[in-house]
Design a protein around this ligand. Structure first.
Ligand code: DC
Length: 214
């Protein structure tokens, strides 16, 4: 079974997908992590954002391992916290806009989904990565609600950003993510649209379980 979920930052995709994965015996794949790993390497190597060739070169050779407990290894090192930093978050959307970077990441993501029952979330999963998925969802929420959720998550992870800073970072990323030349976040007729603004996590999980029958 392949379940594909797209939606903007803070729409609840990550939280919902990881709960569904446990309850429905699916492997959870957070595709944003692949772009975040490229962004982290760009920072660590001191590469300029205008140097597209160097960024593409990093994407072509990236060594990422997802563990079942949600830990991410990049070149053999645990980078689970580093990839959520403010610095990575501020450059990940422009990096993910480079078409050739996307080609490499889409290939990697499809390989991850190949031999398992998966729930995969991102921005172009229902449209590009797994267009033939058994079930396709688009999760959404108001900007105020999404900023509030990300603020609480950041507090828990020790990431220090004000609510206003988060709101403006999400708005900039939304715009970039929806206006990419390739792999833009889009709503289509064959996704099931869920506005999670006024729903509890359990309510969203239950409504998806009813659809997928698990
Ligand atoms: O879901 P996230 O916030 O961790 O994603 C980080 C960035 O990666 C986001 O700004 C958009 C990009 N992304 C993408 O372009 N395509 C995906 N399938 C997943 C994420």
């Amino acid at each position: 079974m392949k379940v594909a979920i797209d939606g903007p930052a803070g729409s609840g995709k990550g939280t919902i997908s990881s709960i569904l994965a446990k309850k429905c015996s699916l492997t959870y794949i957070d595709t944003g992590v692949t772009y975040r790993c490229v962004a982290l390497k760009v920072i660590e190597k001191g590469i300029d954002l205008d140097d597209k060739d160097a960024i593409i070169d990093i994407a072509s050779k990236i060594d990422i391992k997802f563990m079942s407990d949600g830990v991410t290894y990049l070149d053999g090192k645990d980078v689970s916290s580093k990839i959520r930093s403010k610095e990575v978050t501020s450059i990940v959307s422009p990096i993910s806009s480079i078409p050739k970077v996307r080609e490499y990441m889409v290939e990697l993501q499809r390989n991850m989904a190949n031999s398992e029952d998966v729930i995969m979330e991102g921005r172009d999963i229902t449209t590009v990565v797994l267009p033939d998925a058994d079930y396709k969802f688009y999760l959404d929420a108001s900007i105020g609600e999404r900023a509030k959720r990300r603020y609480i998550q950041n507090q828990e992870k020790g990431i220090n950003m004000s609510l206003e800073e988060i709101k403006s970072s999400i708005e900039t990323r939304d715009y970039n993510d929806m206006h990419k030349e390739v792999g833009a976040l889009k709503r289509t007729d064959n996704q099931i649209y869920i506005d999670t603004s006024n729903l509890t996590i359990d309510e969203v999980v239950d409504s998806i379980r009813k659809v997928i029958g698990r």
